[in-house]
Ligand binder design. Structure first.
Ligand code: V0V
Length: 143
């Protein structure tokens, strides 16, 4: 099942500019940053409050044909995805497939911090791009 909200992803055109905006306006700071070539993104994770809860993920496109670039072209900057932590991404994906939802990948791909990820098509999830995240640690619930 879904353990908790892992992060909320926001598409931005320029990662450095967005990081300055979130620090200056909301006092939210980056705790992790990486480039994911396969996903075509530069991404940053921002901690909220004590940092134990869900994070904010800023996603900037690396290439014009990437998912984030297409999202920005269509919608402009804004909420792009809702990610849930799961213990086992393959099991979670299989359970959703069995309920008739389309998963984007046959097998999980690499996500932030060595996590394993898959996505539910937004058309099968009420207009929300849902990401499943199995953390590198294996999804041990916090707190
Ligand atoms: C597209 N649609 C969305 C959407 N993107 N609806 C809600 N939220 C979104 N983010 C709608 C769009 O308005 C169209 O609706 C319809 O879906 C188009 O579907 P499509 O033609 O099948 O697909 P595309 O080409 O628009 O691409 C959408 C998908 C693509 C979701 C298939 O973005 C994708 O593959 N995303 C998964 C990978 C990803 O997002 N990577 C970046 C984050 P109408 O107009 O037909 O009604 S990487 C990441 O999260 C990492 C590394 C991590 O967390 O660790």
């Amino acid at each position: 099942g879904l353990l908790r909200i892992d992060h909320v992803g926001i598409a931005v055109a320029d990662l450095d500019e967005a990081l300055r905006f979130y620090a200056d306006s909301f006092g939210l700071h980056c705790v992790h940053q990486e480039t994911n070539e396969e996903q075509g993104v530069r991404e940053a994770m921002l901690a909220v409050g004590d940092g134990d809860g869900p994070r904010l993920q800023l996603l900037a496109p690396l290439r014009p044909d990437s998912a984030i670039a297409k999202f920005l072209d269509r919608n402009g900057p804004g909420l792009q995805q809702l990610a849930y932590t799961v213990t086992d991404v393959e099991a979670a994906a299989a359970a959703l497939r069995a309920r008739g939802l389309r998963l984007l990948y046959d097998a999980p791909k690499r996500g932030t911090g060595g996590s394993r990820i898959n996505f539910v098509h937004p058309k099968d999830a009420g207009g929300v791009l849902v990401e499943l995240v199995e953390p590198a640690s294996g999804g041990t619930p916090v707190g």
